[in-house]
Design a protein around this ligand. Structure first.
Ligand code: 13P
Ligand code: SF4
Length: 299
């Protein structure tokens, strides 16, 4: 039996739904029931009826699905697929900022551990951060863990005072303005599409800035035929499915090696053995669910 047949049989037997992020390998995206950006996937996780969720993504994604759905079994095909940025914030500094600014809102990018989320007032993703930050009554915003996303949002919400944290994504910061300009020099008609985890110098070159879904939707609606893609190139699978005649160029970025740890074999294996189940201590789950649920309400 092929691995895909095995997955198809097991997903019925285990009453499982397979969610995948746009950065996982093409063949994994191809067998998923739902593929999307972080916000879409966290919303879908609360809406599906299946008893089991197989999350083809990195650890914080499976963890968030479990936080929002304690009654479901959430499985990660590879427990070691972990976003390094999810750990990049210091709790001591968060507490100090709370002491310093009485009306502080700690805004936590969903790319964060459950532990970090327990210190947050609200979570955001790259597709809803601007809307949510604008809607908060607080004047002072401590944005964790991604400095680049924080700076981008701050540039769009100048009426608020931001405190930044020094977390970053090694994939998006591997994209340099110099490389984007070189590719633009070769393909002058190409529009530059940028994920807001990139640096402000790269963002300054963008024709469009947005989440993975935002970038895909922009291409689908644009009359332009060529694009320089400044995010993880896993998005190419969906871009080429939607617009096979358009041309896409990379900017020499790294791959997300953690997302690429998810394979079809690991999906089949985890479903067969029902292993790699995400577990969370109930007190921590409850505390982390508050900012996530607030995001779903506001986003
Ligand atoms: P999106 O929410 O845009 O899909 O981003 C997820 C991510 O990990 C970006 O590095
Ligand atoms: Fe984390 Fe960057 Fe990979 Fe996204 S692309 S999961 S932020 S390391």
């Amino acid at each position: 039996m092929s691995t895909i047949d095995k997955i198809n049989q097991l997903r019925k037997e285990r009453d499982a739904v397979i969610l995948a992020h746009y950065y996982v390998d093409d063949e994994v995206q191809a067998i998923a029931d739902y593929v999307g950006d972080s916000f879409y996937l966290s919303k879908i996780a609360t809406m599906v009826k299946a008893k089991t969720i197989v999350f083809c993504g990195v650890f914080f994604m499976g963890e968030s699905a479990k936080i929002l759905n304690p009654e479901k079994t959430v499985i990660l095909p590879d427990m070691g697929a972990d976003c390094p940025m999810a750990h990049m914030a210091d709790i001591r500094k968060i507490n100090e900022a709370r002491e310093q600014y009485k009306d502080l809102a700690v805004v936590c990018y969903i790319n964060s551990t459950a532990e970090l989320k327990t210190y947050a007032d609200v979570c955001v993703t790259s597709s809803n951060a601007m809307k949510i930050v604008k809607s908060l009554p607080n004047q002072h915003i401590y944005f964790i863990p991604d400095e680049n996303l924080g700076r981008y949002i701050a540039s769009k919400v100048p009426e608020k005072h931001f405190i930044f944290n020094d977390g970053y994504c090694h994939v998006h910061t591997s994209i340099t303005a110099k490389n984007v300009n070189i590719v633009k020099g070769i393909h002058p008609r190409a529009q530059v599409l940028v994920h807001p985890e990139c640096t402000m110098e790269v963002i300054a070159l963008a024709d469009y800035v947005g989440s993975t879904s935002g970038i895909i939707n922009y291409v689908a609606e644009s009359r332009n035929k060529e694009f320089i893609v400044c995010t993880e190139m896993g998005v190419l699978y969906e871009l080429q499915l939607k617009k096979p005649k358009k041309r896409f160029y990379d900017a020499g970025q790294k791959q997300c090696s953690d997302m690429k740890r998810v394979t079809l074999e690991k999906v089949a294996d985890a479903l067969e053995k029902m292993e790699n189940v995400v577990e969370l201590e109930e007190g921590k789950r409850l505390a982390a669910s508050k900012p996530l649920e607030r995001m779903l309400e506001l986003g």
